[in-house]
Each structure stands twice: as C-alpha cells, then as structure tokens.
Design a binder for this molecule. Structure first.
Ligand SMILES: Nc1nc2c(ncn2[C@@H]2O[C@H](COP(=O)(O)OP(=O)(O)OP(=O)(O)O)[C@@H](O)[C@H]2O)c(=O)[nH]1
Ligand SMILES: [Mg+2]
Length: 247
C-alpha cells in the first residue's frame, strides 16, 4: 500500500519475503530504506548487479494426472507454442525440478506428476519445505469425477502448510476451460469455490482461484493471470527500486 509520510516522501509497504531478503543485506545500524538506497547506488555505480540479489521463489506444481501441469509450465515459463503443447505432452514419471529466470525472480518449479500424488504424505513431505507458491491444476471438465480426490489433496495441502506455519499462496487453476461452455464454467467454478474455500479458512494461506486454458482463445488471459499471481515476488523491483532509482 502506498502513502505519504510527513516529509512528503512516498512510503510503500514491502511484502514480507522481500523484507526478509532486504534484512539479509542489512549492515550494522542500517535502516531498510538505507539498504535500498545503498543497493541502488551499487547498481548505478556498476559495483553490483541486480542478478546477485534478486528474490527467489519456490513453486510447487501439483494436480491430478493429465490435468495440464506440464503444458502450463511449458507455455508460461518456456514460451512453448500453445498449439504444439496441445498436440501432446508425455506423462511424467517422477518429480522434477526446473529453475527459471522470470522477470527479476529466480523461480524453482517442483513438478509432481499426478499419478505420484499420495496426499497422506504431504504433512511430512520435504516438498513443502520453504515453499512460496502452490499451483494446483485440475481439469474443470472432469470436476464431478475428481472432486473427492481434489478435496483430499487440498485438505492435506492445508494441513502441510499449517504444520509448517507457512503462509504460501495456494492457486487453484480450473484448467481446460475451453472444454466446457461459459455457463457451465461459471456454475462449476462456483461449486468448486464452495467446496475448496472452507478447507483454507482459518489458515494463513491466501487462496486464489482462476479458470485457465492454453487453447489459443484463452491463452493470453491465462498468461496474465499467472503473471499477476507470481508478479508479487518481483514487487521489490517494481515498487521499491524503480521509484528510488528515478529520484
Ligand atoms: N483442451 C485442452 N487440453 C489441454 C490443455 N492443457 C493441456 N491439455 C492437454 O491435456 C493433456 C495432459 O496435459 P499434461 O500437461 O501432460 O498433464 P499433466 O498434468 O502434466 O499430467 P501428468 O504428467 O500425468 O501428471 C495433454 O494432452 C495436453 O495437450 C487445455 O488448456 N485445453
Ligand atoms: Mg506432466
């Protein structure tokens, strides 16, 4: 949230993950705004590179088999051609890790193949350690068949986050929206929301829900939605550094 302090300077609220990163650069007696000014000066003098202190983010990609996890990762992070990706992805056999440079953020994506999911192991699983974002992909056209399994996964995800006292953001992608008509999509999305929201109520995680598809008709909206979700990790540059650098 932006505002003005008594000196007429603009003040901004810094997200807690960015604040933690800034604190790690803090030298004795330095305030956070002095840290920002020092880092900006170092970049301007060419003594430091933004690359060395960009925020990092761990994103866990989960969901039933064939829901579209690999497809979304390829289109969003690897600029895959949606039509080529739609033409088919091999199913994955084991958990894989990918590291992407995305804007100013280093994102580690941990993708768990659907058939490997055993939600009862989530609360003790290493997968959830230090996680910042969980993106859970489900196929909206098979909600009726999948809803029991999805609710179980969600319950175990919420339990894992609570036991770690994590406030990771959980994003539910109601994927393959191209497969159902608009009226059904709204009704199904409402039903899913009512099913899932209570599971996260009371916890400290933020729950975001969006209908997505990599079908050419919807792919841009999908990319915008994902960019908005992940963009909060790069607030450091957008909100803090750029206004200071322009002073
Ligand atoms: N109609 C439609 N099909 C899609 C969409 N996204 C992915 N698919 C197709 O859905 C199938 C499964 O996609 P994947 O990305 O392999 O699914 P996954 O979740 O990675 O599956 P696992 O690796 O088995 O866990 C593929 O044939 C994709 O082409 C979409 O937005 N619309
Ligand atoms: Mg896959």
């Amino acid at each position: 949230m932006a505002g003005n302090d008594t000196n007429g300077m603009e003040t901004i609220e810094i997200p807690k993950e960015v604040l933690a990163k800034l604190e790690s650069f803090q030298q004795k007696g330095e305030s956070i705004s002095q840290v920002i000014e020092r880092l900006v000066e170092q970049v301007q003098d060419g003594k430091s590179s933004i690359i060395h202190w960009r925020p990092e983010c761990k994103l866990l990609l989960l969901g039933p088999t064939m829901a579209g996890k690999t497809s979304i990762r390829k289109v969003f992070f690897e600029n895959g051609d949606p039509q080529d990706v739609l033409d088919g992805q091999p199913t994955q056999h084991s958990t894989e890790r990918f590291v992407y440079d995305w804007l100013d953020v280093m994102i580690e994506v941990v993708e768990v193949p659907g058939h490997e999911i055993d939600p009862s192991t989530f609360p003790e699983s290493e997968l959830f350690a230090k996680v910042d974002d969980i993106v859970y992909v489900l196929d909206i056209s098979s909600w009726e068949q999948d809803k029991g399994a999805v609710a179980k996964d969600m319950t175990e995800i919420a339990a894992a986050l609570e036991s770690l006292q994590s406030s990771a953001c959980v994003t539910l992608l109601l994927h393959k929206r191209d497969l159902i008509d608009e009226k059904d999509r709204r009704a199904t999305a409402n039903a899913i929301r009512q099913h899932v929201q209570p599971i996260f109520q009371g916890g400290s995680s933020l729950l975001e829900i969006g209908a997505t598809s990599i079908h050419p008709e919807h792919v841009l909206d999908t990319l915008r939605f994902l960019r908005r979700i992940l963009g909060r990790h790069s607030v450091f540059l957008r909100k803090a550094l750029i206004p200071l650098a322009q002073k």
